[in-house]
Design a protein around this ligand. Structure first.
Ligand SMILES: Cc1cc2nc3c(=O)[nH]c(=O)nc-3n(C[C@H](O)[C@H](O)[C@H](O)COP(=O)(O)O)c2cc1C
Length: 214
């Protein structure tokens, strides 16, 4: 069963969900598998499909990962580079950033309570390649975004997060991830509360579009 959304609505309203993640409602594993089946249709370089997906539901394991995430998030969000402190000299952007900061703080405190934590991984040898890594991450992250879209279509909220990667090795230890696999994100997933989501304000296309040359 999917929500009654047009494709453009799906693409423009798949927001980062934090405070509206329902921490009390269990998420069936079948629903997560359905979203992952869709994710596996994404492209990967040479069709290698070098991805592996860890779905964490065990409360103790979630709590251990949540503690690491929360610790990194608290340090980051209280620093001068934290999301809430960005664009301080632009009143319109600054007020949005402050909201992002508060919302991110909330997630930092609750990551371990979210019913499902998804950790997508990619095989790349023990050491990540030097130079441009677009080919590597481009072979994982489109699938992760497909997962988020499929989840949204099924009434599940997700938040793309990466802060825990500062302590990636500790999370790898907890989950038994082999040394040749690298984590791409940590995606808390839960049913969302409330009705729907809005299209987000973004910088106008004129400020980012180049036709024929920079
Ligand atoms: C690569 C990447 C890393 C992110 N890392 C985090 C994170 O660690 N914690 C968090 O709360 N949000 C994280 N976000 C979410 C962004 O803050 C969010 O996408 C942005 O504020 C725009 O909001 P929207 O996705 O609802 O449009 C990340 C997003 C991306 C794309």
């Amino acid at each position: 069963m999917t929500l009654d959304l047009t494709l453009d609505e799906l693409l423009t309203t798949t927001r980062t969900v934090r405070k509206r993640l329902d921490l009390t409602r269990p998420v069936p594993m079948e629903l997560i598998k359905e979203c992952l089946e869709i994710a596996l249709q994404a492209p990967s370089g040479s069709n290698r499909q070098g991805w592996q997906w860890i779905v964490v539901t065990d409360p103790d394991v979630r709590a251990a990962i949540g503690a690491i995430y929360g610790d990194v998030a608290a340090r980051y969000l209280t620093s001068k580079h934290g999301a809430g402190a960005l664009f301080a000299d632009d009143p319109a952007r600054s007020s949005i950033q402050k909201r992002v900061g508060t919302s991110a703080e909330w997630l930092g405190e609750h990551m371990g309570d979210v019913p499902v934590l998804l950790i997508p991984c990619i095989e790349a040898g023990e050491t990540l390649p030097a130079g441009n890594q677009a080919g590597l991450w481009g072979s994982l992250l489109p699938a992760v975004w497909s997962y988020a879209l499929a989840a949204r279509a099924r009434g599940l909220g997700t938040a793309w997060t990466t802060l825990h990667l500062q302590r990636e090795a500790e999370v790898a230890d907890i989950l038994g991830i082999p040394a040749t696999f690298h984590q791409g994100a940590l995606i808390p997933t839960a049913y969302f509360t409330g009705e729907t989501f809005k299209v987000a304000p973004r910088d106008p296309i004129e400020t980012v579009l180049h036709v024929d040359r920079w």
